[in-house]
Design a binder for this molecule. Structure first.
Ligand code: TYD
Ligand code: MG
Length: 452
């Protein structure tokens, strides 16, 4: 008979102890021990135990080949991020900050599945059924109101419901608010989150139910419960953007059934999320062309995306001055500012610098370096940058090396082609300029680039 017990595992080094302690005796770190449930069988788990049966390995060629059937979510952008739809029996984790639209997206998916005649279940441990109804009413999709929903925080009750209802797709909103009675720690703790996911997975795989787990991310972007779920689930989708703004992107950061190259762009409207298929056109159309603005040819997965980068430079009264980055990594901004100072002759040691990728889009790739550098230089010199003819914004891409050189980035041809499509020529990029200094003098003019 299997027996459930708790052990405390260090999230840093994996050291296990039977009792909780403030400090891990394995690695010496503080506050890293988390409660974890284990199933212990009656016999010894040691190798050579008489209970263990040897298993006959088979050659890979003999393994039955299985094409995964897919359930369409009815949302093209989401299907492509998933690699063609939801795989039955799979576990998908959808992470995102509160208010980004996770519940809206999952409700829309279930409504579309209901329309396609699939069995669904919406488990909400976060909101009451009445609140979910209000959201569903906004979606203007009659099928949304047919979704079976339960408002329940007890994990055992939820699993029993799934067993009885046997949905083909089930949403669990959210993994951090479900609670397993067998663990003493509170809902949302690492042990609880891990237990909830593992138990849902067991039921989901057994019944062939696909489970969409909603997870909140903390401010710094980590899925709460230090990424503990990423290795358990089949697919991790990240929902990004800013709550106050309308654009959101969904991308796969892990996908056992597809690539992690795809990303979808959405807009939050009055009646739910709408796919944005012409994101580049929108962002280029909205670009300000004022000093401090350039357009970066970025890659959203395998798709090129033109998006405006804005910078503001102002004299600072603070020591150290402020460095604020929205939509890109702070360390990337710090690196670009250091290279600008050292190799571009634009020192900003006494200035506050703000950089923002417009529209709530996040650009997490080295190709954005040059755009950040040019936007900051343009803001510092108060010179607006333009492409040919002076009417269109300046487009650029490229990585900055620590010695001031420009480095090539992946998919240069696709980035260039996207810029050309919107008449943004010429593109400032590693193919045409070799160093940051050359790039600065080509866009600011040699005299201004020199007068640092
Ligand atoms: P929600 O899906 O509840 O976010 P999450 O589950 O990630 O916390 O929705 C987030 C915001 O979207 C909320 O402030 C209300 C807004 N919203 C719309 O603007 N239009 C809509 O049609 C819906 C359903 C929500
Ligand atoms: Mg929600």
């Amino acid at each position: 008979m299997a027996r459930a017990t708790s052990v405390y595992v260090c999230s840093g080094c994996g050291h296990e102890t039977a009792r909780w302690a403030g400090r891990c005796t394995g690695c010496g770190e503080w506050n890293t021990l988390v409660e974890t449930r284990t199933e212990t069988g009656g016999g010894s788990a040691l190798a050579g135990s008489p209970r263990a049966q040897a298993v006959r390995p088979v050659a890979l060629a003999e393994v039955e080949r299985r094409e995964h059937e897919r359930l369409s979510t009815g949302i093209g952008e989401l299907d492509s991020v998933l690699g063609g739809g939801i795989v039955p029996g799979s576990l998908v984790l959808i992470g995102g900050a509160p208010g980004i639209g996770k519940s809206t997206l999952t409700t829309m998916v279930l409504a579309n599945l209901m329309a396609a005649g699939r069995r669904t279940l919406y488990v909400s441990a976060e909101e009451s059924a009445a609140q979910i109804r209000l959201r569903a009413e906004r979606l203007r999709n009659g099928h949304a109101l047919r979704i079976p929903v339960i408002g329940e925080t007890d994990l055992d009750a939820v699993l029993a419901t799934i067993e009885r209802e046997r949905p083909e797709v089930c949403v669990v909103d959210s993994v951090q608010t479900l609670h397993c009675r067998d663990l003493s720690s509170g809902a949302g703790s690492v042990a609880q989150v891990r237990e909830v996911a593992a138990r849902v997975m067991e039921v989901a795989k057994r019944l062939g139910t696909a489970a969409l787990l909603v997870g909140h991310v903390t401010k710094d972007g980590a899925l709460a419960g230090p990424r503990v779920l990423e290795h358990i689930v089949d697919c991790v989708l990240q929902f990004e953007g800013e709550r106050e703004r309308t654009y959101r992107t969904v991308r796969a950061v892990k996908n056992r059934f597809g690539s992690t190259d795809e990303a979808g762009v959405f807009e939050m409207r009055d009646h739910g999320l709408v796919e944005v298929l012409d994101a580049s056109a929108r962002f280029v159309g909205e670009a300000t062309r004022a000093p401090g603005s350039v357009v970066v040819c970025a890659m959203e997965g395998s798709r090129p995306l033109l998006v405006e980068v804005q910078a503001l430079v102002s004299s600072s009264e603070l020591v150290p001055p402020r460095r604020v980055a929205a939509g890109l990594d702070r360390n990337r901004l710090a690196l670009v500012l250091a290279v600008l100072g050292r190799h571009g002759g634009i020192g900003l040691g006494a200035a506050d610098v703000f950089v923002n990728v417009v529209g709530g889009v996040r650009v997490d790739e080295p190709g954005v370096d040059l755009a950040v550098a040019l936007a900051v230089a343009s803001a510092a010199k108060r010179v607006a940058l333009h492409g040919t003819g002076g009417s269109r914004p300046l487009a650029c891409f490229g990585e900055l090396g620590l010695t001031g050189e420009l480095r090539t980035v992946a998919h240069a041809d696709r980035r260039r082609a996207e810029a050309k499509k919107f008449g943004l020529v010429p593109v400032v990029e590693p193919e045409s300029v070799g160093t940051l200094r050359e790039a600065l003098s080509s866009v600011l003019g040699p005299a201004r680039a020199q007068a640092a």
